[in-house]
Design a protein around this ligand. Structure first.
Ligand code: AMP
Ligand code: MG
Length: 337
């Protein structure tokens, strides 16, 4: 397939991409979280193309992206709590799960009666959705199971030749996927996936926020967010999380005889020999989120490495999202030092 590549400089640049969507095609586009792979959410055929291009299991639902929270009414059954969250956090990096209306095909929701609604704040994403004139169903624009794409080079690597169009909008601001929430009742939010809208921020709007067990540890039951059961973000070289103080971590890494790559913090760099990448300062969770998937991708496909190690991150604020993605990428392999 010949893939059209568009470098965004102004709104008009997006017209060919919007035409592709109107004709049933699929387009990868930037958002403030990660790059998404979008199609018309009202077109069951477009959803099928997205699943095929990503190699994604068809029971893993897509998120529906809108230009404005006021449009949500057309596609799902909203509530007062939805509008409270929308006032506080939309446009922005949050997805709200609500009962779907009939116009959203089951092929887009993985067969579920609910749909995830998101209103991106990234200006390119916003203009693109407006120009398309329809809701855009989009998962992350990576090959299924691989780290999500946070820069244009990542989507070229994963999807060139597999999709109709790729839009270059630079690097994604946050670098981790949206916070996903569901309502247990009008006074209780369930957090299904942590992101840049943090538990602390949600608590200001709704005092009771329950963290789904699958966010924090390996979960063998039926997860509330179907995608959670799949191995995620995994580089091809096995990743292990090291949970310990500075000296224990440095000592453990020095004692390794295999060829290793390390994802660490700025402060660690002088104390670790061999291949290492910093994902930011030790207490700078925002930068860690921004760089995490790039670090994982840098070590992906490195057949010359035997193992990758990363440090256990803080779980505060957006750190909870970094922690959640790292433990999933490691297949929940943590060594307590
Ligand atoms: P991705 O954007 O690739 O992270 O994929 C979207 C994720 O959103 C899925 O893996 C699900 O975990 C979640 N999701 C989307 N729609 C729903 C829904 N209706 N119910 C629960 N989770 C959902
Ligand atoms: Mg994904």
């Amino acid at each position: 397939m010949n893939t059209l590549k568009i470098a965004y400089t102004r709104r008009e640049d997006l017209i060919p991409a919007a035409e592709i969507i109107k004709n049933g095609g699929i387009v990868a586009f930037p958002t403030e979280t990660v790059y998404g792979l979008g199609g018309n959410a009202l077109d069951a055929g477009a959803a099928k193309k997205i699943y095929a291009a990503k190699g994604r299991p068809s029971d893993n639902p897509l998120i529906v992206h809108l230009a404005s929270p006021a449009d949500a009414e057309k596609y799902c059954v909203t509530s007062e709590l939805f509008y409270k969250l929308a006032d506080a956090f939309m446009p922005g990096p949050i997805t709200v799960i609500m009962p779907k209306k009939d116009c959203i095909p089951y092929s887009c929701t993985g067969g579920l009666d609910t749909v995830g609604i998101r209103v991106p704040s990234n200006p390119v994403a916003h203009e693109f959705i407006e120009l398309c004139g329809c809701p855009i169903a989009a998962p992350s624009a990576n090959i299924s199971g691989k780290p999500s794409p946070t820069s244009f080079s990542h989507i070229v690597h994963d999807l060139d030749g597999r999709v109709d169009c790729l839009i270059d909008g630079g690097d994604c601001e946050y670098g981790v996927e949206s916070t996903i929430v569901k309502f247990k009742d009008e006074n209780t939010i369930q957090l299904l996936r942590p992101g840049a809208v943090t538990v602390e921020m949600l608590t200001l709007i709704c005092p009771t926020v329950e963290i789904d067990p699958a966010v924090l540890k390996k979960f063998d039951g039926v997860p509330l967010a179907p995608g959670m059961k799949y191995r995620h973000y995994a580089p091809s070289v096995p990743l292990t999380i090291l949970d310990g103080g500075d000296e224990e971590v440095y000592e453990y890494l020095r004692s390794r005889e295999e060829k290793i790559g390390v994802i660490c913090y700025d402060e660690d760099m002088p104390f670790i020999s061999g291949e290492k990448l910093s994902c930011g300062g030790k207490t700078d969770s925002l930068t860690q989120a921004h760089r995490l998937f790039s670090c994982l991708r840098s070590f992906d496909g490195r057949d010359d490495l035997d193992a990758i190690y990363a440090r256990m991150p803080s779980k505060d604020g957006i750190g909870l999202a970094v922690f959640n993605r790292l433990i999933k990428a490691s297949g929940f392999t943590v060594i307590k030092l």
